[in-house]
Design a binder for this molecule. Structure first.
Ligand code: AMP
Length: 280
């Protein structure tokens, strides 16, 4: 695996391979890699000639300075995992490499999707996500970009970003399923911060999602949301939202929605976890 820290070195390398007719699959990450990330790399490996992963803890998408400071970093282990998974290129830029002095932040017209759920609880977060993904897509120029359904709303935002930047033809988005621990907890870099007790409690998020999945056709949706919130709060979570939403609009679903998505964001001991499940 080749590691690049500079875009001026990486871009010509990728362009060279493009000219040879090779396709590029790209997996953007913030590192502290786990098997969920690696499932994206493995899928990219199967479907492309060149597999590029980026690790960049993007400061502009953290609306909470403490969360940014405490974000786990494990570069040596990440490199080992990427090599094992057959990744060809790791892009490991510094902050000034992505945001040089002359960098001008622009505003992305994301509309309603950045105002609800994650957008409402993390103001500015999705603008930061767009900034970094826009930069990375320009540098890597991938044929396919791999994202996890774990970050459901982020997938919607990046779909919108590609439309805004007129890149829907050039870059195909591939959304991969959420990888879970044996007890159902969605794999996440933030899980590393949970202590033993919190780690056990964290499994309740998936339990609530499964309850909703098993009962959403029988019980009123408002009741299911209330019960889910209560179950989480009783376990010690601070709940941002338990929502059952339309997959396209993210507005609260109504009873004749054929396949809504249940989404949860909740913190335990100040560690914020998100998860979702498509109901059908
Ligand atoms: P992150 O490093 O958290 O920014 O995640 C990088 C990519 O990995 C994003 O597209 C995430 O949605 C995806 N991802 C994170 N956790 C999982 C998981 N448990 N299963 C599948 N993909 C994931």
């Amino acid at each position: 695996m080749t590691i690049f820290k500079k875009q001026d070195h990486l871009s010509p390398f990728i362009q060279y391979h493009k000219k040879q007719g090779r396709s590029t699959g790209f997996v953007p990450t913030m590192g502290a890699l786990h098997p969920g990330h690696i499932s994206l790399i493995s899928q990219a490996r199967k479907e492309n000639d060149l597999v590029v992963c980026s690790i960049f803890v993007n400061p502009t998408q953290f609306n909470n300075a403490e969360d940014f400071k405490l974000y786990p970093v494990s570069i040596a282990a990440d490199i080992e995992m990427l090599m094992q998974a057959g990744c060809d290129v790791l892009f490991l830029p510094s902050v000034p490499e992505i945001y040089p002095d002359q960098y001008l932040a622009k505003n992305y017209e994301l509309g309603h999707i950045e105002k609800v759920l994650e957008g409402a609880f993390r103001p500015g977060h999705f603008q930061g996500v767009c900034q970094v993904v826009d930069r990375l897509v320009n540098i890597v120029a991938p044929d396919k970009m791999y994202l996890g359904q774990k970050d459901f709303q982020q997938c919607m935002v990046i779909t919108r970003l590609l439309e805004l930047e007129k890149k829907t033809e050039a870059v195909e988005l591939v959304i991969a399923p959420t990888l879970r621990e044996n007890d159902g907890l969605a794999m996440s870099s933030r899980n590393l911060r949970l202590n033993t007790e919190q780690r056990v409690t964290a499994t309740i998020i998936y339990e609530v999602l499964k309850n909703i999945r098993d009962q959403w056709r029988e019980k009123p949706l408002e009741q299911l949301k209330r019960e889910g919130r209560k179950k989480l709060e009783d376990a010690g979570f601070v709940v941002d939202y338990v929502e059952i939403a339309d997959q396209q609009s993210l507005l609260p679903a109504n009873i004749d929605d054929p396949s809504p998505v249940a989404l949860i964001a909740a913190s335990i001991g100040g560690i914020r976890l998100i998860d979702n499940l498509i109901l059908n």
